[in-house]
Design a protein around this ligand. Structure first.
Ligand code: ZN
Length: 388
């Protein structure tokens, strides 16, 4: 069964060989979807015959967003903490423990229902691929449980036992690292693709973070790192050294950090929802892009520091406050996220790619930044099926 989406005012393919500029833009375009794949893209007047046609009516189509960083297996609420912070208190990593207590107390069904709710929210805003992590269990049982629940919804599952030292190990952080790299890892590795660590003052230092990542790699997991969010530290350079797919946050960077990213294979994933929601300094996307670093944008959706599931909102912030052009931000939220997940089948609309796309109620992708906060995503196809 093939379907043509025709009369697209502006189609972002993310393949410069197919259209104009780095986004490979095609005007008056059509996309032909066959099964779960893109079969053809080009001008509507040249589209091949198909079983069905959908008229986009002069609106824009973009690849489905790839949200490569979220924390969606959790329970509870941190409204009070947010309210306090917006009244002048600064954010520290310890707030995670509030969510840990609520998550441990929740049933599997409650965690599943919460995850499903936020996934639905993200899908309605155009997200067709998401990564999500454990990290609110911090026991072998609760971390493995979180990963099992996540794995039922996505292939991009990350073991983050090293989110913060478990409260039971407050006086013995090395004992907790031994658990995270030992018994907990054994139980979690079968359910995950990635291993992650929060390398930050108040969480895990460089040596501890390296131990976590290297242990994960010995179990076949690929590293990614929460790095340089709250201050300068060893996270970014460690990420590049171990060949991590992504260093996430990258808010406080030295020139050596930027050089390391520019000369390595690690994507810099920027999470402006976190800076927005904590009133923190913005990451400098312009500095990274000018140095030649591959940049991704993601939501970091979590109940503590960034409770947004909206990739269009992150695009708008990146353009307004982080020095990205609308084209760069759209690329980072689609192809950039795919790069951060080492995927070539998503984040682009090219023949053979997965048929994941969003129809915008706007003539151009630029409107995602030009019209912040407006729900512009009017239809979403995932794996060739219209879901929204
Ligand atoms: Zn995070």
């Amino acid at each position: 069964m093939s379907t043509a989406i025709i009369n697209i005012s502006s189609l972002v393919t993310n393949d410069p060989s197919l259209g104009e500029g780095p986004l490979g833009l095609i005007q008056d375009a059509a996309v032909v979807v066959d099964g779960d794949r893109v079969a053809w893209v080009g001008e509507t007047s040249k589209a091949p015959a198909t079983d069905n046609a959908v008229d986009a009516g002069g609106r824009a189509v973009v690849p489905g967003f790839v949200d490569s960083h979220s924390h969606l297996v959790f329970a509870g609420d941190r409204t009070a903490e947010f309210n306090a912070r917006m009244s002048g208190r600064s954010y520290s990593a310890g707030g995670i423990r509030t969510t840990v207590a609520a998550t441990r107390a929740a049933t599997d069904a409650e965690l599943e229902a919460n995850l499903t709710r936020y996934l639905g929210e993200a899908l309605r805003q155009g997200t067709t691929t998401f990564e999500t992590k454990s990290g609110y269990g911090l026991t072998t049982h609760d971390e493995a449980r979180a990963l099992r629940i996540a794995a039922a919804h996505t292939d991009e599952v990350t073991y983050l036992g090293a989110h913060v030292v478990a409260p039971e190990f407050a006086d013995d952080p090395e004992g907790y690292v031994a658990l995270v790299t030992g018994e907990m890892l054994e139980a979690c590795a079968p359910h995950a693709r990635w291993v992650d660590v929060f390398c930050e003052r108040g969480a895990f230092d460089g040596d501890q973070a390296r131990a976590v990542l290297e242990a994960g790699m010995r179990h076949g997991l690929i590293p990614r790192v929460h790095a340089n969010q709250l201050g300068h530290g060893p996270g970014v350079q460690l990420a590049v050294e171990v060949g991590a797919a992504s260093a996430d946050h990258c808010t406080h960077l030295s020139d050596a950090d930027v050089d390391a990213l520019a000369n390595g294979d690690t994507v810099a994933t920027l999470l402006p929802g976190a800076e927005f929601s904590t009133r923190a300094q913005w990451p400098d996307a312009r500095r990274l892009l000018d140095a030649g670093v591959t940049v991704a944008l993601s939501t970091d959706c979590n109940p503590g520091s960034s409770f947004t599931s909206s990739m269009p909102f992150c695009v708008a912030l990146a353009v307004r406050d982080m020095g990205m052009t609308p084209d760069e931000a759209l690329w980072a939220a689609t192809a950039g996220g795919a790069a951060a997940l080492r995927r070539t089948d998503i984040g682009r609309l090219t023949p053979g790619a997965r048929a994941d796309l969003a129809l915008l109620d706007a003539p151009s992708h630029v409107h995602l930044a030009y019209r912040p906060g407006v729900p512009l995503v009017s239809a979403v196809w995932r794996r060739g099926v219209r879901e929204v």
